[in-house]
Write a protein that binds this ligand. Sequence first.
Ligand SMILES: Nc1ncnc2c1ncn2[C@@H]1O[C@H](COP(=O)(O)OP(=O)(O)OP(=O)(O)O)[C@@H](O)[C@H]1O
Length: 215
Amino acid sequence: MLVIFDKVQKSYPGGRPVLRNVSLSLDRGQTLALTGESGSGKSTLLNLAAALDAVDSGEITLDGVALSQLDDPARAALRRTSLSLVFQQFNLIPSLTAGQNLSFHARLAGCHDPDWCAHLAQQLGLSDLLDRYPENLSGGQQQRVAIGRAMAARPKLLLADEPTGNLDETASATVLDLMLALVADTGAALLLVTHSHEIAARLDRRVHLAGGLIA
Ligand SMILES: Nc1ncnc2c1ncn2[C@@H]1O[C@H](COP(=O)(O)OP(=O)(O)OP(=O)(O)O)[C@@H](O)[C@H]1O
């Protein structure tokens, strides 16, 4: 298994537990949709999987590594090399062109491959837009750049938090199709948070978070 959550508990200071006893696993090449009401802890779960935050108890194992055993530099290194994130707000760097944004994560991870980036740009329909700055791209185009940036470092795990939440129906369908195709091509695993049952239905598996538990 690529990702294992084993009896994970998480609360924020002064608050009730957000995750009470969450166990789930995700294998290479699998896609999993995470649904749940607003405030049910979906982003919390994603942040834990991304090693951006630590569990209170239980354990998360990513590619055989128990995250609780890592110090901060090791977590940062794991984030760069093993996983990528795509957010609802595309989070591109405004001062960089689309092409520079696309290769940014891979450069940071020390694995920039110009041929792979060119391939991604072509797959994502961005080849003619690489010199543009984010402010001159549509939302759908910006999210395609963000997906390219996420996949450029060939992550084992792609974490996506409402990746089509800011897009209209057409752009949303395009972005989802492209993301699923790239994940399938590269054999990455995908953990995707969504409110949409339609989107969730496109993934291999669906889990629902309620009352701090996975149903
Ligand atoms: N940094 C934080 N400090 C304190 N409480 C937090 C923090 N982050 C989230 N929470 C609380 O934890 C609960 C779960 O939040 P989370 O963002 O994980 O939910 P979500 O399911 O992603 O919600 P949404 O669908 O609205 O994005 C909420 O009650 C929220 O207020």
